[in-house]
Design a protein around this ligand. Structure first.
Ligand code: SAH
Ligand code: MG
Length: 198
Protein backbone atom coordinates (compact mmCIF):
# COMPACT_ATOMS: atom_id res chain seq x y z
CA UNK A 1 0.00 0.00 0.00
CA UNK A 2 2.68 2.47 1.05
CA UNK A 3 4.87 1.61 -1.95
CA UNK A 4 1.88 1.97 -4.17
CA UNK A 5 1.05 5.39 -2.71
CA UNK A 6 4.55 6.66 -3.39
CA UNK A 7 4.45 5.36 -6.97
CA UNK A 8 1.15 7.17 -7.46
CA UNK A 9 2.64 10.29 -5.91
CA UNK A 10 5.57 10.25 -8.31
CA UNK A 11 3.19 9.90 -11.25
CA UNK A 12 1.11 12.80 -9.96
CA UNK A 13 4.21 14.95 -9.58
CA UNK A 14 5.52 14.17 -13.05
CA UNK A 15 2.15 14.81 -14.69
CA UNK A 16 1.79 18.15 -12.88
CA UNK A 17 5.30 19.22 -13.91
CA UNK A 18 4.66 18.19 -17.54
CA UNK A 19 1.54 20.34 -17.52
CA UNK A 20 3.43 23.31 -16.13
CA UNK A 21 1.57 23.39 -12.82
CA UNK A 22 3.80 25.19 -10.31
CA UNK A 23 3.99 22.51 -7.61
CA UNK A 24 6.78 22.57 -5.04
CA UNK A 25 10.30 21.52 -5.95
CA UNK A 26 11.69 18.25 -4.55
CA UNK A 27 13.84 20.20 -2.11
CA UNK A 28 10.86 22.23 -0.94
CA UNK A 29 8.63 19.19 -0.49
CA UNK A 30 11.39 17.37 1.45
CA UNK A 31 11.62 20.32 3.80
CA UNK A 32 7.85 20.46 4.28
CA UNK A 33 7.33 16.73 4.86
CA UNK A 34 10.28 16.56 7.27
CA UNK A 35 8.88 19.62 9.05
CA UNK A 36 5.41 18.13 9.67
CA UNK A 37 7.01 14.99 11.10
CA UNK A 38 9.58 16.82 13.25
CA UNK A 39 7.09 19.24 14.81
CA UNK A 40 4.19 16.75 14.87
CA UNK A 41 1.99 19.05 12.87
CA UNK A 42 -1.52 17.62 12.84
CA UNK A 43 -3.66 20.48 11.54
CA UNK A 44 -2.71 22.34 8.42
CA UNK A 45 -4.27 25.12 6.41
CA UNK A 46 -2.89 25.33 2.87
CA UNK A 47 -3.53 28.27 0.57
CA UNK A 48 -3.02 27.10 -3.01
CA UNK A 49 -3.88 23.42 -3.56
CA UNK A 50 -3.15 23.25 -7.29
CA UNK A 51 -3.77 19.52 -7.94
CA UNK A 52 -3.14 18.37 -4.38
CA UNK A 53 0.51 17.36 -4.60
CA UNK A 54 1.81 19.13 -1.49
CA UNK A 55 -1.34 18.33 0.54
CA UNK A 56 -1.08 14.63 -0.32
CA UNK A 57 2.67 14.63 0.38
CA UNK A 58 2.18 16.06 3.88
CA UNK A 59 -0.67 13.65 4.59
CA UNK A 60 1.42 10.65 3.59
CA UNK A 61 4.37 11.86 5.69
CA UNK A 62 2.34 12.20 8.89
CA UNK A 63 -0.62 9.80 9.19
CA UNK A 64 -2.19 11.95 11.94
CA UNK A 65 -2.23 15.09 9.83
CA UNK A 66 -5.43 16.72 8.60
CA UNK A 67 -5.41 19.50 6.11
CA UNK A 68 -7.81 22.11 4.81
CA UNK A 69 -6.66 23.40 1.44
CA UNK A 70 -8.02 26.20 -0.74
CA UNK A 71 -7.95 26.50 -4.54
CA UNK A 72 -9.70 29.09 -6.70
CA UNK A 73 -9.04 27.57 -10.13
CA UNK A 74 -11.86 25.17 -11.00
CA UNK A 75 -9.90 22.87 -13.32
CA UNK A 76 -7.17 22.40 -10.73
CA UNK A 77 -9.65 21.99 -7.91
CA UNK A 78 -11.47 19.23 -9.81
CA UNK A 79 -8.16 17.51 -10.57
CA UNK A 80 -7.28 17.73 -6.87
CA UNK A 81 -10.63 16.14 -5.92
CA UNK A 82 -9.82 13.22 -8.20
CA UNK A 83 -6.28 12.86 -6.90
CA UNK A 84 -7.33 12.89 -3.28
CA UNK A 85 -9.84 10.12 -3.98
CA UNK A 86 -7.11 8.04 -5.62
CA UNK A 87 -5.16 8.16 -2.37
CA UNK A 88 -8.26 7.58 -0.22
CA UNK A 89 -7.49 10.76 1.65
CA UNK A 90 -11.00 12.29 1.50
CA UNK A 91 -11.31 11.99 5.28
CA UNK A 92 -8.12 13.87 5.98
CA UNK A 93 -7.97 16.46 3.23
CA UNK A 94 -10.76 19.04 3.02
CA UNK A 95 -10.76 20.86 -0.30
CA UNK A 96 -12.32 24.29 -0.57
CA UNK A 97 -13.07 25.70 -4.01
CA UNK A 98 -12.87 29.44 -3.43
CA UNK A 99 -10.65 32.46 -3.37
CA UNK A 100 -8.72 32.24 -0.11
CA UNK A 101 -9.48 35.89 0.58
CA UNK A 102 -13.21 35.08 0.57
CA UNK A 103 -13.32 31.98 2.77
CA UNK A 104 -14.53 32.07 6.32
CA UNK A 105 -12.87 29.65 8.71
CA UNK A 106 -12.74 29.48 12.47
CA UNK A 107 -10.68 26.36 13.07
CA UNK A 108 -7.26 26.42 14.67
CA UNK A 109 -4.20 25.28 12.72
CA UNK A 110 -0.65 24.50 13.78
CA UNK A 111 0.71 25.14 10.32
CA UNK A 112 -0.46 27.62 7.72
CA UNK A 113 1.22 27.03 4.39
CA UNK A 114 1.01 29.95 1.97
CA UNK A 115 1.64 28.88 -1.63
CA UNK A 116 -0.78 30.84 -3.83
CA UNK A 117 -0.73 34.21 -5.65
CA UNK A 118 2.68 35.60 -4.75
CA UNK A 119 1.56 39.22 -4.75
CA UNK A 120 -1.04 38.52 -2.07
CA UNK A 121 1.16 36.90 0.57
CA UNK A 122 0.80 39.69 3.09
CA UNK A 123 -2.99 39.67 2.73
CA UNK A 124 -3.07 35.92 3.31
CA UNK A 125 -0.76 36.26 6.30
CA UNK A 126 -2.84 39.00 7.91
CA UNK A 127 -6.11 37.26 7.24
CA UNK A 128 -5.15 33.83 8.57
CA UNK A 129 -2.64 34.50 11.38
CA UNK A 130 -5.52 34.62 13.87
CA UNK A 131 -6.26 30.98 13.14
CA UNK A 132 -2.74 29.92 14.10
CA UNK A 133 -2.24 28.02 17.36
CA UNK A 134 0.00 29.64 19.98
CA UNK A 135 3.14 27.72 18.97
CA UNK A 136 2.17 27.34 15.33
CA UNK A 137 4.11 28.08 12.15
CA UNK A 138 3.41 30.01 8.99
CA UNK A 139 5.45 28.80 6.03
CA UNK A 140 5.54 30.81 2.83
CA UNK A 141 6.83 29.38 -0.45
CA UNK A 142 8.44 31.14 -3.44
CA UNK A 143 10.36 33.77 -1.48
CA UNK A 144 13.01 33.69 -4.24
CA UNK A 145 10.51 33.57 -7.09
CA UNK A 146 12.71 31.61 -9.46
CA UNK A 147 15.72 33.77 -8.64
CA UNK A 148 14.08 37.05 -9.70
CA UNK A 149 14.02 38.41 -6.16
CA UNK A 150 17.84 38.49 -6.02
CA UNK A 151 18.21 40.08 -9.45
CA UNK A 152 18.77 43.73 -10.06
CA UNK A 153 15.42 45.30 -10.98
CA UNK A 154 16.83 46.75 -14.20
CA UNK A 155 17.42 43.19 -15.42
CA UNK A 156 13.71 42.41 -15.23
CA UNK A 157 12.25 43.78 -18.44
CA UNK A 158 8.65 42.72 -17.98
CA UNK A 159 6.63 45.26 -16.01
CA UNK A 160 4.19 42.82 -14.43
CA UNK A 161 7.03 40.60 -13.34
CA UNK A 162 8.85 43.57 -11.86
CA UNK A 163 5.72 44.49 -9.92
CA UNK A 164 5.41 40.98 -8.55
CA UNK A 165 9.06 40.88 -7.52
CA UNK A 166 8.60 44.18 -5.72
CA UNK A 167 5.64 42.71 -3.83
CA UNK A 168 7.67 39.71 -2.72
CA UNK A 169 10.41 42.05 -1.51
CA UNK A 170 7.82 44.10 0.38
CA UNK A 171 6.47 40.91 1.93
CA UNK A 172 9.98 39.91 3.01
CA UNK A 173 10.36 43.30 4.66
CA UNK A 174 6.96 42.92 6.31
CA UNK A 175 8.12 39.61 7.81
CA UNK A 176 11.50 40.98 8.89
CA UNK A 177 9.90 43.95 10.62
CA UNK A 178 6.95 42.08 12.11
CA UNK A 179 6.73 42.70 15.85
CA UNK A 180 4.74 39.59 16.65
CA UNK A 181 6.39 37.01 14.41
CA UNK A 182 10.04 36.04 13.96
CA UNK A 183 10.94 34.66 10.55
CA UNK A 184 13.75 32.44 9.29
CA UNK A 185 14.45 32.35 5.58
CA UNK A 186 15.65 29.15 3.94
CA UNK A 187 17.49 29.10 0.66
CA UNK A 188 15.81 25.83 -0.33
CA UNK A 189 13.63 25.04 -3.31
CA UNK A 190 12.18 28.36 -4.45
CA UNK A 191 12.93 29.96 -1.07
CA UNK A 192 10.92 29.32 2.08
CA UNK A 193 10.06 31.55 5.03
CA UNK A 194 9.16 30.03 8.40
CA UNK A 195 7.45 32.40 10.83
CA UNK A 196 6.70 31.80 14.51
CA UNK A 197 5.46 34.00 17.33
CA UNK A 198 8.07 35.37 19.68
N1 SAH B 1 0.82 23.88 -3.13
C1 SAH B 1 0.79 23.31 -4.45
C2 SAH B 1 1.10 24.31 -5.53
C3 SAH B 1 0.21 25.51 -5.54
S1 SAH B 1 0.42 26.50 -6.99
C4 SAH B 1 1.80 22.17 -4.52
O1 SAH B 1 2.98 22.40 -4.25
O2 SAH B 1 1.41 21.06 -4.86
C5 SAH B 1 -0.52 27.90 -6.55
C6 SAH B 1 -2.03 27.72 -6.66
O3 SAH B 1 -2.64 28.75 -5.92
C7 SAH B 1 -2.56 27.83 -8.09
O4 SAH B 1 -3.20 26.64 -8.44
C8 SAH B 1 -3.54 29.01 -8.03
O5 SAH B 1 -4.71 28.81 -8.80
C9 SAH B 1 -3.86 29.08 -6.55
N2 SAH B 1 -4.24 30.40 -6.07
C10 SAH B 1 -3.64 31.59 -6.35
N3 SAH B 1 -4.24 32.58 -5.67
C11 SAH B 1 -5.24 32.04 -4.96
C12 SAH B 1 -6.24 32.56 -4.09
N4 SAH B 1 -6.31 33.87 -3.82
N5 SAH B 1 -7.11 31.71 -3.51
C13 SAH B 1 -7.05 30.38 -3.80
N6 SAH B 1 -6.14 29.82 -4.62
C14 SAH B 1 -5.25 30.64 -5.19
MG1 MG C 1 5.05 27.42 -4.59
Amino acid sequence: MVDNAYTLLRELKEKARDEGIPIMTDEGIDFLTTFVIKYQINNVLEIGTAVGYSAISMSLANPKLKITTIERDETRYLEAVKNIKKFNLENRITLLFNDALDVKLDDEFDLIFIDAAKGQNQKFFEKFEKLLSKDGFIITDNMKFHGYVDKDESEIKNRNLRGLVRKIKDYKKFLEENEEFKTKFYDLGDGLAVSTRG
